[in-house]
Design a protein. Structure first.
Lengths: 228, 740
């Protein structure tokens, strides 16, 4: 898998995503600067965590105007895999690739901790290597991660089986305990937890690898994952 | 403007200092020059009260690549890689404006690290506040805590550096003088270190980063005086931080350094443009000529005085190779930052400032940086202390040790600081092997097979009772924290927080503490490679406890260390170092004396450095032999509290104490040189300890669900691990939500 990691001014988990793909997954990752108008020859896009443009105004609100977002939208429309993590999720929502909004945590404080996620659907290119209901230990680190959407949107997400992950214990007040959602075509995943931080035994959990392995397996010409 | 005695006094310069300025210049200074001298010669920038004593600290060793005198110390970690690290205080600003004061404290130390070419990979904080319950100031103190913690989180999280550990203590004396000491560590290749030494006559001086505004003018002078009722008016002196801009500045600086066009680089911290230019010039033995008209400005109509003394954040000064400016500009343009040539390196050794077509200041660089006053302030008196030496007659004997333990575990100093550190992103960059809440933090260096263990420690109570011994104990504790994770301590940084040095009994505290640090850091082979001195931590004549804070780093092969908490039932429990002794007199500085007895007396615990070092060697040997399942060093609260902290994960322990007259002293005494370990093979572990001539009694075994401590005759303490966990974890959020 060749993944393009988008770097916005203020992205700060770009290296972590790059490292997880290159070193933990033994795939290939490269950085794509936010003012690029094309993505080049890649199999998947990762929008990493961080504070793009300082998260001033609203998280992701300015990043969505970056030239690269146009290319990401086209890539997604053509069926390419797009994974938005944390700030990347916020950007995807602002860019209209995913529904809803991410607002201040219920307790108005930044929270960094390992949480348990329940895998809500294995029916996506991001979760195919996981089992229904499989519990993953993955860290969160965000101040504005409370998922919010109107009832109709929530009903739609639920009825279309588009909730990818739910918190076992809701840390931030998210509607329906939602931690990650898919788009209608199921090739775009946005999630607040950081799977790239759970890919190395030294970080305390390797449960995040399953997401990257699923992506790898779903690609045409996919090669089997090297043993780790 | 005419220079009057009043104006000189307003600039916190003495008559003698003013006379020295006149002698150095051969004339009276201009108003602008007076301002420049006042900041460069302030206590904060010049270390005029402490310099002669700081010389006593050991600064060299086999790992040291760069000692004090640069923006940060540098240590070699092998394979051509180095780490740069330092601690710095932002105490005064954090009292006046907690959020921005703490935030810009983080920003300042981060710039010190990346100005050396090192990418920051870890931050830790040592915090001291007034009590958050039970005093008239508590409500205000709670607001300071909230502000400081969210300020640190705001800056560090956005910048993308993990805040991996620290300490947080509450004491009366810090009510009006909170301490915010921030430690940062970065990594780079040894041949890619950058220094702040200007060279190359004719080379351009380039200003990069944020525009200059009127914020922070005279911040350094503010940090060099006691607080009074009027101090609140100094709020405009506190700068406002922009972590996003700093993140861009980091990336741009590191990218620009790779062009090879940069000769020297220095951040603009305290005293801003003035200190960065004169220090770079002074280090290189050259002059610097600056035209203020070219400085990017945020406000209109700024005077030369204001621009020179502004402490606007997120700015750097670069000396580049002549003719290669465009390579530097191109990088900064990419990151959307200002980069402008504002001056040139000259041969005459002078700092020359031009503004609106006139030379407004012309001062020999060494006069500002090296000729600053140096005082041997009187200190031949006993260090200030009001506490009695002897324990109170009829020292009360505990009637309910279980209740005392629960109270201690839930007390402000000892309770879990999770509420604080969960607001910090402690994992970003995926290097954090051990994060907050352990004895030492451990961060891997991905490019090597090495990890850096780091610990911050200070104990104001111990230092108040005996500054020399207290300082030595802090060094010993840091080194013990590192050893407990299996690391070898290699170097240190220190932050000396004291009151008014013009009072001999305060100066005596400083001198004693520095000498104690020197002795211990020499003994433990942890040279001091840099640090910070914060004096005048007094408000209305009331000072803080003398609080030297040590930050010590250690090296270890990258691996997952044994956890602090017990991992399984039925493991043998050893007390490496032995029970130790606790006399009445050495009990008066303990947490038990503070929390349960509300008293302070006597002396700090007795430290035998030679024994301490053998304990460190022994624990590393036990870890190397793969015998250790959990390890936790004993410190505040003694054996009982260490057992409780290790029991907060459902596995407790059953422990038998040797017979003693005073089990409260034995359980809560804070003798150093002790580590609680649960092991796989007790007999082999004891053999290894014996080789180092270290006591290592088996004190019991781990068990499910309870912590039970008894002696031959009776049960002393019997608590469920869930009660202990609740007391430990729920306390701080509850205390902070108190409404009095």
């Amino acid at each position: 898998m060749k993944a393009g990691v988008i770097v916005f001014p203020g992205s700060n988990c770009d290296h972590d995503a790059w490292y997880a793909v290159n070193e933990n997954l033994h795939g290939r990752a490269e950085f794509i600067w936010h003012d690029s108008t094309s993505l080049g020859d890649i199999d998947a896009v990762i929008l990493p965590g961080g504070f793009s443009y300082g998260d001033y105004l609203r998280c992701g609100a300015i990043a969505r105007f970056s030239p690269v977002i146009k290319a990401v939208k086209k890539f997604a429309a053509d069926g390419g895999l797009v994974l938005g993590i944390c700030n990347g999720f916020q950007i995807l929502v602002e860019a209209g690739l995913l529904p809803g909004a991410l607002i201040r945590n219920r307790d108005l404080k930044f929270i960094c901790r390992e949480v348990q996620l329940s895998t809500e659907t294995p029916a996506s290119p991001f979760t195919s290597a996981l089992n229904q209901g499989q519990i993953l230990r993955v860290p969160i680190a965000h101040g504005e991660g409370q998922y919010f959407a109107d009832e109709r949107t929530l009903d739609e997400l639920e009825s279309e089986d588009r909730v990818a992950f739910r918190y076992v214990e809701n840390p931030n007040g998210s509607a329906h305990s939602i931690a990650g959602i898919l788009n209608h075509q199921r090739n775009v995943l946005g999630m607040m937890p950081h799977p790239e931080r759970a890919c190395d035994p030294l970080m305390g959990s390797t449960d995040g690898l399953g997401i990257f392995e699923s992506m790898l397996a779903s690609l045409p010409n996919a090669v089997p994952v090297l043993s780790r | 403007m005419k220079i009057t005695p009043e104006l000189i006094a307003q600039h916190q310069l003495t008559t003698a200092e003013f006379d020295k300025i006149v002698a150095l210049l051969g004339r009276e200074p201009s108003y602008t020059e007076l301002g420049v001298f006042s900041v460069m010669w302030s206590e904060h920038c010049s270390y005029k009260s402490s310099r002669i004593h700081l010389k006593k600290l050991p600064t060299t060793g086999k790992y040291v690549v760069q000692g004090p005198g640069e923006n940060a110390g540098v240590i070699g970690i092998g394979d051509g890689w180095v780490v740069a690290f330092k601690i710095e205080s932002h105490n005064h600003p954090s009292y006046i404006e907690p959020f921005q004061g703490a935030a810009t404290g983080v920003g300042g130390i981060l710039r010190d690290i990346f100005t050396m070419g090192a990418r920051p990979i870890a931050v830790m904080d040592s915090l001291r506040f007034g009590p958050i319950v039970g005093t008239p100031e508590s409500e205000h103190n709670r607001r300071i805590v909230e502000g400081v913690v969210s300020g640190i989180a705001h800056y560090g999280n956005c910048f993308g550096v993990p805040t991996v550990g620290g300490e947080c203590i509450f004491e009366e004396g810090y009510s009006a003088n909170p301490l915010v000491n921030v430690f940062a560590l970065g990594v780079c290749k040894e041949d890619e270190i950058f220094y702040a030494k200007a060279s190359g006559i004719g080379n351009p001086v380039i200003y990069v980063g944020a525009k200059t505004g009127r914020d922070g003018i005279h911040g350094a002078s503010m940090a060099s005086a006691e607080f009074t009722e009027e101090s609140k008016q100094k709020r405009p002196n506190v700068q406002v931080g922009d972590p996003f801009l700093e993140k861009l500045l980091l990336e741009a600086c590191i990218e620009a350094m790779k062009t090879g066009a940069i000769v020297a680089i220095q951040d603009m911290g305290a005293a801003g443009l003035t200190s960065s230019s004169c220090e770079m010039g002074s280090r290189g033995g050259v002059g610097i000529d600056i035209n203020l008209d070219l400085v990017p400005q945020r406000e209109t109509g700024m005077t030369a005085y204001e621009m020179l003394l502004s402490e606007s954040q997120e700015r750097m000064l670069i000396v580049a190779e002549k003719g290669r400016e465009e390579e530097v500009f191109r990088v900064f343009r990419k990151w959307g930052l200002d980069a402008v040539t504002i001056g040139v390196v000259t041969p005459d050794g002078n700092l020359r400032i031009r503004h609106l077509g006139q030379v407004v200041a012309e001062i020999p660089n060494p006069a500002l940086a090296d000729e600053a006053p140096k005082y041997d302030r009187p200190h031949n008196v006993k260090p200030h202390r009001r506490a009695p030496l002897d324990a109170p007659a009829n020292l009360p004997v505990s009637t309910d040790l279980s209740a005392d333990l629960l109270k201690l575990v839930a007390s402000q100093d000892l309770c879990s600081k999770r509420w604080i550190w969960e607001q910090y992103d402690y994992m970003v960059r995926t290097n954090t092997i051990v994060g907050p809440g352990s004895d030492a933090a451990v961060v891997r260096v991905k490019e090597t097979d090495q990890s850096i263990a780091m610990s911050l420690d200070g104990n104001g109570r111990y230092c108040y009772l005996d500054p020399r011994e207290g300082a030595k104990l802090a060094v010993a504790e840091c080194c013990r924290n590192l050893a407990t994770t299996g690391a070898i301590p290699v170097a240190a940084t220190n932050n000396l927080n004291f009151g008014n040095p013009e009072r001999p009994e305060i100066m005596a505290q400083l001198v004693e503490a520095v000498e104690g640090i020197a002795e211990a850091c020499t003994f433990f082979e942890t040279p001091i490679t840099g640090g910070n001195v914060s004096l005048y931590n007094e408000t209305l004549g009331e000072g803080i406890f003398p609080t030297p804070v040590l930050g010590i780093i250690g090296l270890m092969k990258t691996a997952q260390p044994a956890p602090v908490r017990f991992v399984r039932e039925g493991a043998d429990l050893l007390l490496l170092g032995g029970f130790g002794k606790c006399e009445d007199r050495r009990f008066g500085g303990t947490q038990y004396a503070k929390v349960i007895l509300s008293q302070l007396w006597g002396l700090p615990p007795r430290l035998d450095m030679d024994y301490e070092k053998r304990v460190h060697d022994a624990i590393r040997a036990l870890i190397a032999a793969d015998l250790v399942e959990s390890a936790h060093d004993l410190s505040d609260g003694g054996l009982a509290v260490a057992l409780s902290e290790s029991s907060t994960n459902e596995i407790g322990a059953t422990v038998t104490m040797p017979a003693s007259q005073r089990q409260d002293l034995a359980l809560f005494g804070e003798a150093p040189s002790r580590i609680l370990v649960s092991v796989r093979d007790a007999a082999r572990a004891q053999e290894i300890a014996a080789k180092f001539q270290v006591e290592c009694p088996r004190i019991g075994a781990t068990m499910k669900g309870r912590l039970q401590i008894g002696d031959d005759s009776k049960m002393l303490i019997d608590l469920s691990t869930s009660d202990l966990k609740l007391a430990f974890e729920a306390s701080l959020p509850r205390l902070l939500q108190t409404h009095e």
